[in-house]
Design a protein around this ligand. Structure first.
Ligand code: NAD
Length: 360
């Protein structure tokens, strides 16, 4: 396994490997940048094939957090952490045995050893209870029940606002009535997004791996059910990936039948260059790290021990303007939306670095 040679390394400040034999905890914490502040980013537990796969995932996600936090105007850097699923848990990241609590306490010690350079929160397969267990060993964890709470509703709200900026550019209207939106993944974010889109008059096509959820969507929203993979290339006005990353890739690109891609999943493009290819095909792509920032905006005040729902709501609503400005600039400069967004975010980070160097 290589680290510096990994294509996703891209100038990380540091990458930390942790192992705790008694609990079976094995983790990687990647800190991409602390130029704007401590590196805030969730912790996920996924059934990775091996640690090389986990490393690539954490590196891509960590840099994404730097860009996300920068573009959202937060005084926070970017980092992320991944946990391997212990073999003793039967490869189940949602394993609920009594050993789970001690693994997360051990992970809390790992986070604590970084002295606040990295701040953890929940991500895939990590519950509020897991975060509370981390919190027994470190104060550098947010997304606690006693803080700003579940970030998912705010992520969904941000996607809804950002999607509105997209349809304004693609269809010349901010009215969803009659538009067909395909939503992949009806989890915490996808379901709430469907509720909002249904209320706003959109027609829904949905996919998930849980049949019961699909039946509920059919009943509640009159949604049409699609195949979990086929939905990526289904004919629609907007495709919203809200399940997993990498769904826009060499295999799906040529078969896309949508005008807009706007969803919550991280790393929707299997590689950045696909942004330009989408643009060449006339497909409007809302960069994932811009449109899905609602969740991190929600937990940001907690870093300073504050709860401020009004500030969060205002900042999440502003994502409509941010997404719109990025699209307009992308059109004016004939560059992909993700390239434009990457540059704006990176410039703010570099500026902070230069200012700190000058002050030193
Ligand atoms: P979740 O785990 O609650 O929901 C994911 C849903 O996708 C589940 O219903 C699951 O059954 C379904 N799913 C899994 N594999 C699938 C497949 N192959 N095809 C179709 N459906 C599938 O997760 P979430 O919190 O709703 O997050 C959704 C996505 O958005 C994730 O990629 C997450 O990383 C990203 N995201 C979430 C937040 C947040 O605040 N929750 C913030 C930023 C980004």
């Amino acid at each position: 396994m290589s680290v510096f040679e990994d294509g996703a390394f891209r100038h990380h400040e540091s990458v930390h490997f942790f192992s705790d034999e008694p609990t079976g905890m094995q983790a990687i914490i990647a800190i991409h940048s602390t130029d704007l502040g401590p590196a805030l980013g969730g912790c996920r537990m996924v059934n990775y094939a091996n640690s090389a796969e986990a490393l690539t995932d954490v590196l891509r996600l960590s840099r994404g957090m730097s860009l996300k936090n920068s573009l959202a105007g937060l005084e926070l850097g970017g980092g992320k952490s991944v946990l391997m699923v212990p073999a003793a848990w039967g490869n189940d990241p949602k394993y609920a045995g009594p050993e789970r609590a001690s693994l997360f306490q051990a992970f809390g010690h790992a986070v604590d050893s970084l002295g606040g350079r990295y701040i953890a929160a929940e991500d895939m397969n990590i519950s509020v209870e897991d975060a509370a267990n981390m919190g027994k060993s470190t104060r550098h964890v947010v997304g606690l029940e006693t803080g700003m709470g579940d970030p998912s509703p705010l992520t969904a709200d941000g996607v809804f606002f950002g999607m509105r900026a997209c349809i304004a550019r693609a269809f010349g209207t901010t009215d969803f009535t009659g538009l067909t939106i395909a939503v992949q993944g009806l989890g915490k974010v996808g379901w709430r997004l469907c509720e909002q889109l249904h209320k706003a008059g959109a027609k829904l096509i949905v996919a998930d791996i849980v049949d019961e959820t699909l039946q509920r969507a059919k009943q509640q929203f009159g949604a049409v059910i699609a195949d979990k993979d086929g939905i990526v290339t289904t004919k629609c006005d907007v495709f919203a990936p809200c399940a997993r990353g990498g769904v826009i890739n060499a295999q799906t690109l040529g078969h896309l039948q949508t005008k807009v891609i706007a969803g919550s999943a991280n790393n929707q493009l299997s590689k950045d260059e696909l942004g330009a290819e989408l643009q060449a095909k006339g497909i409007l792509y809302a960069p994932d790290f811009v449109i899905n920032a609602g969740g991190v905006i929600n937990i940001a005040p907690e870093v300073n021990g504050v709860t401020d729902h009004k500030w969060v709501a205002g900042k999440v609503a502003a994502l409509e303007q941010t997404v719109g400005e990025i699209i307009d600039r992308s059109i004016a400069e004939n560059r992909s939306t993700n390239q434009v967004a990457d540059e704006i975010a990176s410039a703010r980070i570099l500026n902070a670095r230069h200012q700190a160097a000058q002050a030193a």
